[in-house]
Each structure stands twice: as structure tokens, then as C-alpha cells.
Design a protein around this ligand. Sequence first.
Ligand SMILES: Cc1cc2nc3c(=O)[nH]c(=O)nc-3n(C[C@H](O)[C@H](O)[C@H](O)COP(=O)(O)O)c2cc1C
Length: 170
Amino acid sequence: MNFKKLLKRLRFNFTTAEYMRVAYLSPRKVVMVTTRLKDKDNVLPIDWHMPVSFEPKLYAVCLERNNHSAKTIRLTGEFVVNFVGAELEDKILLCGRSSGKDIDKFDLSDLGRQAASQVKAAILTEASGYLECKVIEVREWGDHTVFVGKVLREELLKGQTPELYHVTKF
Ligand SMILES: Cc1cc2nc3c(=O)[nH]c(=O)nc-3n(C[C@H](O)[C@H](O)[C@H](O)COP(=O)(O)O)c2cc1C
């Protein structure tokens, strides 16, 4: 790790640790967000996400400003939110510790995929349900970007909600 990165990490640890410890007292459900850039599919786990309106149906995802998925969504305006179960923990962590900028995460994780119908992105075949979203608003907040997507299609693929994967500490 170079000096600049080390300083950034130390600053993050000192100023953010307590805030995140408190914020994560409420466990967060992890979903997988899929995107596509120039025919290349990508996927990342996030736990910062939420519905924000019934009518119209709007769903917000919050991505670290510089990750590959945020850059992709800024360019394409499209993403899919895939709800996955805790049995995918290993694949979730693999996809959360690597960047689609450098590798093909579908090759890496062996996740299954099929094409979405309303947006250009993959749907995970392992998902219990998904939301196909078209971005209607982008807001930069601090070091993250919030993308609000209009839900163009939602589908429940499995009859019952699986045990979702939760993050309980940062
Ligand atoms: C359990 C878990 C939850 C995560 N939650 C978020 C999140 O809410 N927002 C975010 O931007 N990154 C989150 N990450 C980190 C990204 O998944 C990670 O930076 C990923 O490598 C980015 O991939 P990309 O560069 O292909 O977009 C999370 C990672 C894990 C393992």
C-alpha cells in the first residue's frame, strides 16, 4: 500500500469507525446489482439500497463514487437489483472483493445469468426476485452516488423469501 492510500485508510478508520458501528446495529440486507457496459456484464453486492416510492415505483442504490458499477450506471442509466439468499455468501464476497474493471466476475463466481427484458443488463438465475431499473436521478453525496431508478419490471422468481445475506458490521 502506498503512503497516500495508507493516510486515507487511517483517516477513514479514525473518523468513520464509530459512525459505521452504530449504523450497522441495524443489519443490512445484501442485494446484487447487475450492470452492462459494452456487452460486458458486471455484478456487485451492496447493502446500501432501499425502495423510495410506490407510485411511481422507485428504488435507490447507493454506490461508492468510483467503483466500476457506479461509472457504468452513470454512462448507461440502467441496472438490475437482484435479491439473493445467504447460501450465495461465497459468491457475494468474491464479487465484493474484485472489480469488473479488471476481471469478468461471472467467470470468477460462476453465477448464472439471463437477459433482462427492459434494460440492458443480466438477471441472476439464482435470484429469488429482481427489479429492472432505469435511472431517473443521480445525486452525488460525499464519497457515494445515489442512483434512483424507476422500476420498469419486477418479478418474483421463487415462491418464498430465502434467508437473505445480512451485513452486521462494517
Ligand atoms: C457485503 C458487501 C456489501 C457491500 N455494500 C456496498 C454498497 O452498499 N455500496 C458500494 O458501493 N459498495 C459496496 N460493497 C463493495 C463493492 O461490492 C466492491 O467495492 C466491489 O468490488 C465493486 O465492484 P465493481 O468495481 O465491479 O463495481 C459491498 C461489498 C460487500 C462484500
